[in-house]
Design a protein. Structure first.
Length: 546
């Protein structure tokens, strides 16, 4: 990964912009370290495993919290226990941290596929139905029917989820991550130093004007180098793209619903207002000047070292991680949630972070080349049964949790770790509750994980939006629809990200916005909206529509 310097000669700006996929990605293919080939892995297995033991290969990325402690999945207690409980022989392969998408492309191109692959299958070029027809992964319908009793039972009990995990052709393609309870789906929003506000005689900001006043005060009166720090390279739920400040203008970065009609935020005229705001704030030095390449580690350091006083991040890995560390040096420090910004006082936020019921990440598919499909399905089915549900959400009984009056209660190993691990790090060692995977997330995890009063209040504040009214469900699409949509959006997103960055940084004038819109239309964004609309209309006509 390379860190780019900004506002250099305009010839270097083009290189920076190209790296801005997802408004602001900083990883390149050139930095990928390929994982060992599966041929090599299987050779090593033969040397170390008994001849009669069936071993399956499992490809998945490390979470950031897990990666801060261990470099390999096989060294993490959860993955060891999963094998023990299922009696499975699993060899884990994890790509380099934060390079999963690039490593996945290398993996698919190689043709040497592991038995199980954990990935964002909804984003496979052409969609998951094409992945099946390309001979990359298996259609799972018959396998689920015959060998996944737990998963089959869950889907029978939850038909509204069943219809979101299939393609429009009716194909099951992966064992998904499911956040069925609405309380689990909001966990991110604006975070600010309350003690600084008190010191400066300021209230918690609610409007865009309030935020400008606060950030300017942090800059000028507290001499803070980067008043607002936001992620530029960690995906659609972070920073600007997570709703944040763009939502104040009544739009969001991607597709959304407005009275049953699909819209795409970056082609609405309100998007120009958002660009103008961030252009002004950037020029005033209110945003970290390196925002486009800021990763989670940099964001952590900005907040913990008091280089920044506000951010947009999670209740767990944000407030729950930063506040205890800041208080080690400043016991009086306060870090609290602020509501999602609005333009005018008294307005209710239209948008905010809202995760989908069926997670984009965490779905596990079976390679079409696997010789052990039945064994793989049984391993994955475990996470949807009662015993597996406890393991995935709470870990190992007697170690990471204890049953108290029927309630799985985390031990001090998680909440007051003797090795000084934060709760988010400890959870990543013994569970998958705090990120994703092939299981159903449990609300009792969040009830305990968000132990600080500041975290509990944050969830209440960030949930107080109309995001659910505008949220698109996971829409089953045909292979043709997915193929056309992904082809269009690849070019559309590239154009949006490049043009947005140039206008925010002042490289291009805002007068170029109309030209930018015309270019979006020439890239067939209107056809992409129509595809989404057709899928939504079809979804709403089916039984059990949400």
């Amino acid at each position: 990964m390379r860190r780019l310097r900004f506002l250099q000669k305009s010839i270097r700006m083009a290189a920076a912009v190209v790296l801005m996929l997802s408004l602001l990605t900083a990883c390149t293919l050139n930095s990928i370290v390929e994982p060992p080939s599966l041929t090599t892995v299987r050779t090593l297995e033969g040397e170390h495993a008994g001849k009669d033991e069936t071993r399956l290969t499992y490809w998945a990325g490390l979470s950031n919290n897990a990666a801060s402690i261990k470099s390999n999945l096989e060294d993490i207690p959860f993955f060891q226990e999963w094998q023990r409980m299922t009696g499975a022989g699993l060899t884990y392969i994890n790509p380099p941290l934060n390079q999963g998408k690039e490593a996945f492309n290398v993996l698919i191109t190689s043709g040497d596929l592991p038995d199980l692959i954990e990935y964002e299958w909804i984003n496979y070029p052409g969609g998951p139905e094409k992945a099946i027809n390309d001979g990359i992964i298996l259609r799972l319908n018959d396998l689920i029917e015959e060998h996944a009793p737990n998963f089959k039972h869950y889907l029978k009990e939850h038909p509204e989820i069943d219809r979101q995990i299939k393609t429009a052709d009716g194909s099951y393609y992966a064992f998904p991550f499911i956040q069925a309870d609405d309380k689990l789906r909001t966990y991110q929003g604006p975070i600010i130093r309350k003690d600084w506000l008190d010191e400066l005689g300021l209230s918690v900001p609610e409007t865009i004007s309030d935020w400008h006043t606060v950030l300017k005060a942090f800059k000028e009166q507290k001499d803070i180098e980067a008043p607002l720090t936001i992620l530029g390279n960690s995906g659609p739920l972070s920073g600007i793209e997570g709703g944040g400040f763009i939502g104040a203008f009544g739009i969001k970065k991607g597709f959304y619903m407005e009275d049953g009609k699909v819209k795409f935020g970056p082609m609405e005229h309100e998007y120009k207002q958002f660009l103008s705001l961030f252009r002004d704030w950037y020029a005033e030095g209110l945003i970290d000047k390196h925002f486009a390449t800021t990763d989670t580690e940099t964001q952590d350091m900005n907040m913990i070292m008091e280089r920044s006083g506000a951010s947009i991040w999670n209740a767990g890995s944000g407030i729950g991680t930063w506040l205890p560390m800041i208080r080690e040096k400043k016991p009086e420090a306060e870090l609290i949630a602020a509501p999602y910004p609005v333009l005018r006082e008294g307005e209710r936020p239209k948008f905010g972070q809202k995760a989908p019921v069926v997670g984009i990440s965490g779905g596990v598919a079976l390679a079409s080349s696997t010789l052990h499909a039945e064994e793989a399905v049984r391993i994955l089915d475990y996470g949807y049964g009662e015993e597996g549900h406890l393991l995935f959400n709470f870990g190992i009984e007697g170690l990471s949790y204890e049953m108290k009056n029927g309630y799985p209660t985390y031990t001090d190993l998680i909440l007051n770790n003797p090795d000084k691990l934060s709760p988010s790090q400890a959870l990543a060692m013994y569970t998958r509750a705090s990120y994703f995977g092939p299981f159903v997330q449990d609300t009792r995890y969040m009830e305990q994980y968000f132990s600080l009063p500041e975290q509990k209040e944050a969830i209440r504040i960030w949930s107080d939006t109309d995001a659910s009214l505008h949220h698109l469900p996971t829409l089953p699409m045909t292979e043709m629809e997915n193929a056309e949509l992904s082809t269009i959006m690849q070019e559309v997103n590239k154009h949006v990200n490049e043009a947005s960055l140039q206008m925010i940084l002042g490289v291009q004038p805002l007068s170029e916005f109309e030209s930018y819109l015309q270019q979006l239309k020439s890239l067939n964004i209107e056809q992409a909206i129509e595809i989404q609309q057709q899928a939504l209309d079809r979804f709403n006509k089916e039984p059990n529509a949400q």
